[in-house]
Design a protein around this ligand. Structure first.
Ligand code: MN
Length: 712
């Protein structure tokens, strides 16, 4: 384990702006916080954060990153809270530690291979600051190095799989190639120990057979380059068992010669020499077409630059060669850190020490492979997204601000349409809840669609809105047809005329229509008056005049007596083809009047509604409505009541408990008047129908606290 002094010296060696005191403090704080906790290995727990800090110091990250590494498990695993970190180490460190803690919560949840891409995005979206991710990567690396201490094999494999699918690719994207290689190989060791062993055995065998061969090849190439007056460094690089295995799987080949497992790296001091070396090699040896890659003119998404080629080399052996500058090599080894360490980091004092974050993003922007560099350059973009889990653990990405319905429709249209409610992290939430990163979302569905037009305000995604709109149109059309037919039949009955579809079909032409359904729909939405059909069928009748007079609705009460038959409301959708007037809030059982509102369908008012009396409407648009068989759910109807209640302790509690016991719910409450003895309160409560309301009013009247109750 790195001792305090060693770590500080290590950081000081490359970061001239290290806050030595804070670094020392973090070391001691973490050591005390973790106290006597131990790891699976039996080592003191504190050894873990120190090793993680060490890994990051090897990569020369800024001292804030190192401090974060030391403290990264404190909030999760010790009695200290985030505000303790903030008190002792300031905003920035506590922000970073919080980020790492949040990432840790997602650990072990990326079970599914096809989720890997989304899961990496989730990590990026949650990280906010790239340093959070760096600490998490180093944390994972150390955990992988010590994974053999975990006894449970399934657990080991799960961690290894997650490492290989999620963290190793992230390391690569960040340009930390070495960490990627190590993470991959450590995972491989856990997942396929037998395959790995046999690859290593074969490697050893090949090495012992061909030891001379590889040296000879390398010497030949050295001689060739020297003859051309080039200055360079050359070394052989052995492929890892995992990278050999990957190749074997993809190309379904065996490795048979040393040149399959060894590659040569040639380093020179500048770009023009890279191309000179390549030119010399290609002149002398033939190269394998299709294997030449120029990552200097087109860097990899993570900023990696190099020339790659495969030669039919000396002694007729195929050999891979990489050529790059020292600078490029350093960057390949260090990843993102290289940029801030070796480029223009020196304006750190003006508080811009994190320019390198932007720089790395700039470099990634160079890349011309959009899907590849997406993850990092678009890190900002992920700030606009939210990633949530299905109950099965699948990951769904949605735009920020998305609500449960957006989630439901993104999973499946049927789930969206049949949505009745939602559970978020296992507790029931309202449909207007904004989803947060990492939420587990479960949609509660009914057997049939229960959507309403309000849903348009409860969704933000195009998909959800389009589905809802389309379905509303379909449903509305159905409703209007049904309602139109009802209205027409009803009108015929009131005029004592036998209803016959055949007759009506004969006059469709008069309305420039082809199908009777079209006519029904236009009657239902109020575009065509039912009286027009009758006068079209029986021109001799004088109904027209009589019916088309515009009257004030308050005078129609007597007329209502003539309306023998009534319209059935069952099967029609409130908010689409039928609307309950907001002014008088009619409920099932009330005496009501309905009139056809053009383009909207039926508007239903309480018969005594004051607003209704002011409305001028064509006589034939007025209908009698029957509430029969209307199925109401608990929150379909609201009644307004006024309660006069004694000004005593416990009286409000009594009021709400009576309403609760009556299986209702208070929507709104307003004290309208208050004297020494009484309150006057206006309430809006949920009711099923008039019966239900009467029961509630009755129960309220029995209360000793309540003086008077009236419906408004
Ligand atoms: Mn850790």
């Amino acid at each position: 384990m790195l001792r305090q002094l060693e770590l500080v010296e290590k950081v000081k060696a490359y970061d001239p702006f290290v806050e030595e005191e804070l670094l020392n403090k973090a070391y001691v704080f973490s050591m005390r916080a973790h106290g006597s906790q131990t790891r699976a290995s039996g080592d003191p727990y504190f050894s873990h954060p120190v090793e993680v800090a060490g890994i990051l110091a090897d990569h020369k990250f800024d001292s804030k990153t190192i401090i974060t590494a030391l403290l990264h498990d404190v909030v999760e695993d010790t009695k200290y809270k985030l505000n303790d970190i903030e008190k002792n180490f300031g905003n920035e460190i506590s922000y970073l530690v919080d980020g790492v803690t949040k990432l840790s919560k997602f650990e072990g949840r990326s079970d599914k291979f096809n989720q890997a891409e989304n899961f990496r995005k989730l990590l990026l979206a949650t990280s906010k600051d790239i340093r959070v991710l760096l600490v998490k990567l180093a944390d994972r690396l150390h955990n992988m190095r010590t994974i053999h201490h975990i006894r449970n094999e399934d657990k080991r494999k799960k961690i290894a799989r997650e490492t290989m699918e999620i963290y190793a690719p992230l390391a690569e994207r960040l340009g930390m190639h070495e960490i990627r290689i190590e993470l991959d190989d450590l995972s491989f060791q856990v997942l396929e120990p037998d395959i790995r062993d046999s690859i290593i055995k074969r490697l050893n065998l090949l090495r012992s057979q061909d030891e001379q061969l590889f040296d000879k090849i390398q010497k030949k190439i050295e001689e060739l380059l020297k003859k051309n007056d080039l200055e360079f460094e050359i070394f052989g690089r052995e492929k890892t068992p995992y990278s050999i295995w990957k190749k074997m799987k993809i190309k379904s080949v065996n490795f048979s010669q040393l040149s399959d497992i060894l590659a040569l790296t040639i380093l020179v001091d500048d770009i023009s020499n890279c191309y000179k070396v390549l030119g010399v090699l290609h002149q002398v040896y033939s190269y394998v077409p299709g294997r030449f890659k120029d990552y200097i003119s087109t860097p990899k998404p993570n900023g990696y630059q190099s020339l790659h080629t495969t030669l039919m080399g000396p002694l007729n052996q195929k050999i891979e060669v990489q050529v790059r500058s020292f600078e490029m090599n350093r960057r390949a080894e260090l990843g993102v850190a290289a940029h801030w360490i070796y480029k223009d980091n020196i304006d750190v004092k003006d508080g811009k020490q994190f320019r390198w974050i932007r720089q790395i993003l700039d470099i990634l922007d160079f890349s011309k492979e959009p899907e590849d560099f997406l993850e990092l350059t678009k890190m900002q973009m992920y700030q606009d997204q939210v990633f949530v889990f299905t109950p099965k653990g699948d990951l769904v990405s949605l735009p920020k601000g998305a609500m449960p319905l957006d989630f439901a429709f993104s999973v499946h249209t049927d789930i969206g349409l049949n949505c009745m409610g939602v559970k978020i992290n296992n507790s029931i939430k309202s449909l207007n809840t904004k989803l947060k990163n990492g939420d587990q979302v479960e949609i509660i569905t009914g057997k049939s669609p229960s959507f309403s037009s309000e849903w348009l305000d409860l969704s933000i995604t195009g998909k959800a809105k389009a589905c809802i709109k389309r379905y509303i149109l379909i449903k509305e059309e159905e409703d209007f047809k049904k309602l139109g037919k009802e209205i027409l039949i009803n009108h015929f009955k009131n005029e004592k005329i036998r209803y016959s579809e055949t007759n009506i079909n004969n006059v469709l032409n008069n309305f420039k229509l082809k199908k009777i359904d079209e006519l029904y729909s236009l009657i239902g939405n109020g575009t065509i008056l039912p009286s027009k059909i009758i006068s079209s069928l029986f021109p001799e009748k004088k109904l027209l005049e009589n019916n088309e007079k515009v009257i004030l609705l308050n005078k129609v009460k007597e007329r209502k007596e003539d309306l023998k038959s009534s319209i059935q409301l069952s099967g029609l959708t409130p908010g689409m083809s039928i609307h309950y007037a907001k002014c008088c809030l009619p409920i099932p059982g009330d005496d009501v009047l309905a009139f056809i509102a053009e383009g909207k369908g039926l508007m239903i008012h309480h018969e005594a509604c004051e607003d209704l009396k002011k409305i001028k409407v064509n006589k034939s648009k007025i209908l009698k409505v029957s509430w029969d068989r209307i199925s109401s759910k608990k929150d379909d109807f609201i009644a307004k009541i006024n309660v006069s209640i004694k000004n005593k302790i416990g009286s409000l509690g009594n009021l709400s408990s009576i309403i609760g016991k009556s299986k209702s719910n208070i929507r709104n409450l307003k004290i309208t008047d208050r004297t020494n003895d009484f309150f006057s309160i206006n309430l809006e409560i949920d009711v099923l129908n008039k019966d239900h309301l009467n029961k509630i009013l009755g129960s309220l009247r029995t209360s000793e606290y309540i003086e008077a109750v009236t419906r408004l």
